[in-house]
Design a protein around this ligand. Sequence first.
Ligand code: ADP
Ligand code: MG
Ligand code: MG
Length: 878
Amino acid sequence: NAPINLFGKGEEGKGADSKWLLGGKGANLAEMSSIGLSVPPGFTLTTECCKAFCDPNKWNGEIHPDVWDATLESLKTIETKMGCEFGSDSNPLLLSVRSGAAISMPGMMDTVLNLGMNDVVVEALATKSNNPRFAWDSYRRFLEMFGNVVLELPRADFEEEIDNIKFEKGYFEDSELTVEDLKEVVAAFKKVYEKNSLSFPLDVYEQLRLSIGAVFKGWNGDRAIKYREVENIRDLLGTAVNVQAMVFGNMGQTSGTGVCFTRDPNSGDNELFGEFLIDAQGEDVVAGIRTPLPIADLSTAMPEVYKEFNENTKILEEHYGDMQDIEFTIQEGKLFMLQTRNGKRGGGAAVKIAVDLVKEGLVTKEQSISMVLPEHLDQLLHPSFSDTESASYKASVIAEGLPASPGAAVGEICFTNEKVVENAEKGIPSILVRDETSPDDIAGMYSAEGILTARGGMTSHAAVVARGWGRPCICGCSALKIDEEAKTLTIGDVTLKEGDVISLNGNTGEVMNSKIAVSPPTIKGDLQEFMNWVDDIREIDVLANADTPEDAREARKNGAVGIGLVRTEHMFFEPERIGQVRKLILSNTKEQEAEALASLLPFQRSDFEGIFEAMDGFPVTIRLLDPPLHEFLPSLEDKEILEKLASELSLSMEDLTTQIKDAAEVNPMLGLRGCRLGITRPEIIEMQARGVIEAALNAIEKGIDAKPDIMVPLVGKVEEFRNQAKLIRATADKVFAETGKTCDYRVGTMIEIPRAALTAHLIAEEADFFSFGSNDLTQMTFGYSRDDVGTFIPEYKSQGILLDDPFVTIDQEGVGSLVKRATEEGRKVKPDLKIGVCGEHGGDPRSVKFFYETGLSYVSCSPFRVPIARLAAAHAAT
Ligand code: ADP
Ligand code: MG
Ligand code: MG
């Protein structure tokens, strides 16, 4: 590919499909110019250049001479278009050097503005523009940015110099600085270089070469690497570099700069949402040095510009079919578009925008589906504060800031990233409280429940990042005084310290000094409508894993069309039942066993009945007892329980203790459990099968369409399945004979042992359905104990041995190939064999895509993940 792409008026626009090479910013600058918007001319050095630059075996940190020649060639084109000359002593051209990867990484990479400045150029610019203030203002900005971004001088060193000068003169605002003052600032900034034994390159071409190199180098900087890690961004070539003619927002009262979303990224409302500053350059808006004005004020400040801007937002939305996040600059009354991209948005806004864009005819339903990400739904399905009208809520509000990112967050105050991360490792929720966040804070922002800042606006770093990640965030809470040394925050007369619990309401901007109760989410309105489209488009069913009638009702509310897994053992853990289970396990006579089973039967039956009722008309897949029995036994410390049990079983304490000890296994997960248990203790299976069938008959009697599927766990050999299926069918026949009624039911199996997957063709001969138990299948295929992976998976991931945790995202290569093979072999025997998956992977979007492509009939996941799995299933089908 050519290393350079030109953009600006008169250049062929390269579309979004070239993002890979040009980065998002470069591709969109080209595209905006091609649809006729005014974009300052420039060119893009491709991401391939970045890759070669960073590769020690290729350019090894230097710009290749041929590419440098091409850069100079392209620069000539800009000079011609702009009618001025880079480094000229009479008519100079200044440039911006901007990074931009294929996936937007806000604030992660640095920009150099006003490049091409030196002692001669500044005079030329002052004369040419007849605006010396502007020229010297641009010079001091360049000295700071170049020093900071390219030579890595601390920004604070420059800030200190300018603050000193302002203090001496008694100024509050940068705008009070006169030309003479700015010359002083420039001199002071040059001293910062000297103090650090660095020289400021007066040669403008040297400035350009170094800046391009710095952007490329930034790709492998700590911040960029951390961001990619957190966002799971892989396989990118690098960042592109955009070199562009400067336009100046700092030329006085008819100039300015701003950022704007075409719709409200919090509510999704179709109105412009943004901020601008008069007489300023881009960085000023984001940096929070001056308080920007709301975009609506532009309509009175510069009506003509506002009108054109407003039209541009419509053109862009129509062109891209999505809400845009735009950066612009106004130079002496003329509008320039500097960036556009699909805007990051909160969950509620994502759904509203998707639904509105369909209704406005800008996108199809299929397209709208792809605009809502699993993370968006995840946010919406999170709890919110239950009663914001209550007196106790109102009484605990201690401050209000800008509602920068919606949601409810409750956690301990933390003033540092390190503390947040430390808390997260212990499972303690935190609120990150800062004056302002910077890209260095992303690790803490990611791990925090919510973010609170004293400064910064709705488009500040904290706000943008928080919205992208769905973290509730309150910005610009100016009443907040933070003492980082003492680790306290003060609001009015309330002082709180690190570790105190606060609550943030990201929808309103309210900060509460207590733990506020939260309530579960509901699906209604736009979300309801959107989810209906999702169901129309998806081709794979979504069921839920639910163990109680209550969970089953929740699952159905979330759109589950059946239960893929009822873990019957979960019904045994309740206090009144566990005693009977213990009796059953430790029984030494047939009578004791029968007694215990008889007392457990009604519990099982009534639970199953409740689940059938909740799932009226949908299949309910019930797994027979799975875990090793000793999981139910009391600890030997529990004297009181042991004594009671001993007397019930007519045993001495000594004998009971021995029996409990004997039940322990060296490796219980590979021991007496699942169908092995069912085969050695058939009475348990008979009781369970009876419970299912009797419950189904009872439910049917009540007019409920009960569809029981009985599932045998941990089968490795078809003979095991045959044994259990025979027992289940015999029990059902017995119940039918006793009651004189019948019902339909199916008997199938989990495929969770590799041997079962490898002999699926044999098992399919006998089983009515398969359900991949992907947790155990992963555990046994890898040979990783899923309860102990914490000891090595993080290391494996950081060394690249594993890309993902296989217990979160299905390992397509290994475990996935077993799933594929078993599905194919099973369907060869029974073409419409029902095959699903139950396990954590059923709610993981990337895994859902794989299961869909493999031809599974359904995925099953926990009730609260059901909407996300439905969306993932729709994404997979489009
Ligand atoms: P980021 O990716 O961090 O947003 P950008 O490359 O978009 O960085 O640059 C940040 C800001 O710098 C822009 O929003 C804009 O205000 C200003 N800027 C960039 N290029 C130019 C230019 N050619 N003329 C004027 N301002 C510019
Ligand atoms: Mg930008
Ligand atoms: Mg299992």
